[in-house]
Design a protein around this ligand. Structure first.
Ligand code: DGY
Length: 325
């Protein structure tokens, strides 16, 4: 029997491309040409080859127009990401196209990235690194680049899902006090001592550091704005490794300039890969290029998870383990 035709929109780890080519008539994108950020181009290619499935990734624009233009042969879109805010879920449902993602395997790595940003912001690591590279370091000095310690600080986790909870576990090792906001209070075995706030003002007023772990999309658009930043204590730190859209950049830039927010660490950006130029002028912000899940181990695990989901729909005709629509 002919293998199902699979359109792969991005360059993937070698082992994943090998598995995809073994089990599918896979049309790879070996040079990582960025055509996949154009929904019309994805649809054009899917029509050209009569794809049964599409293996895409965060940043690929599966908007309503793209999904509407896909051929009837497409039964499933698998995204190489846990987030699926780049896929118009309603449009996929309307066409009975199954959508699957890659949760769980990246939770620890993404929490590690948030923790890296928190340390970089608190300990001014980016500033120090730039100083050394620029040949401007004149030697140890008692008052040079003093940051703040994490020990004893109150970490506020916005969104206490898998990634937020991994971050909490790491922060306990640094003797931080964990506070969280979520849709509802979680059972004690999940909280593990974390303090739940049913009130946004009490949450923002209590914490020294906020780490954002809420999904993208309109529900959280520009959630962290001037009004909310002003409710945080002077000298607080902001970390975002979730989705860029949840931070209002101009508000955060103003707060970083005034010093009301001591420092920030960002891995994601509203409208990325564009980065608000205001951030680039500031020393007190650490900027990473969406590295959350970027480890060798995790990217292989994400690829295998995506293929398990595709296999379920296209080869085994069973329910995919990680269906979002
Ligand atoms: C995800 O999985 O949603 C990440 O943000 C992309 O690596």
């Amino acid at each position: 029997m002919a293998k199902p035709i699979l359109l792969v929109t991005r360059k993937l780890p070698d082992a994943i491309e090998a598995r995809a080519s073994r089990d599918y008539d896979a049309r790879l994108n070996p040079n990582d040409d960025p055509w996949s950020t154009d929904g019309a181009e994805i649809a054009r290619r899917a029509n050209e080859i009569g794809a049964a499935g599409i293996l895409g990734a965060a940043g690929d624009k599966f908007d309503a127009a793209c999904i509407k233009a896909l051929p009837d042969s497409v039964k499933v879109i698998a995204t190489f990401s846990v987030g699926f805010d780049h896929i118009d879920i309603a449009a996929a449902k309307a066409r009975n196209i199954v959508v699957v993602n890659t949760p769980e395997v990246l939770s620890f790595a993404t929490a590690e990235c948030a923790f890296t940003l928190m340390l970089m912001a608190a300990r001014r690591a980016g500033e120090g690194e730039r100083m050394v590279r620029a040949g401007q370091w004149k030697g140890w000095a008692p008052t040079q680049l003093m940051g703040v310690t994490l020990e004893g600080k109150k970490l506020g986790i916005l969104g206490f899902g898998r990634i937020g909870r991994e971050l909490a576990a790491m922060a306990r090792g640094f003797r931080m006090e964990i506070h969280y906001r979520d849709i509802q209070k979680l059972p004690p075995e999940v909280e593990q001592g974390a303090i739940y706030h049913d009130n946004e003002d009490s949450f923002l007023g209590a914490i020294d550091i906020i780490s954002m772990h809420v999904p993208g999309g309109d529900a959280n658009r520009h959630w962290l704005n001037t009004a909310r930043l002003n409710k945080m204590k002077p000298g607080s730190i902001v970390v975002n490794s979730g989705r860029g859209v949840s931070v209002h950049d101009e508000s955060l830039i103003a707060a970083l300039r005034s010093g009301h927010i001591r420092a920030a660490g960002l891995d994601v950006y509203d409208g990325e890969p564009k980065v608000n130029p205001g951030y680039l002028t500031l020393e007190n912000v650490a900027l990473l290029p969406h590295l959350g899940s970027a480890t060798i181990e995790v990217r292989d695990a994400m690829g295998n998870r995506a293929l398990e989901n595709l296999d379920a729909v296209l080869i085994k005709h069973t329910a995919p383990p990680h269906r979002v629509a």
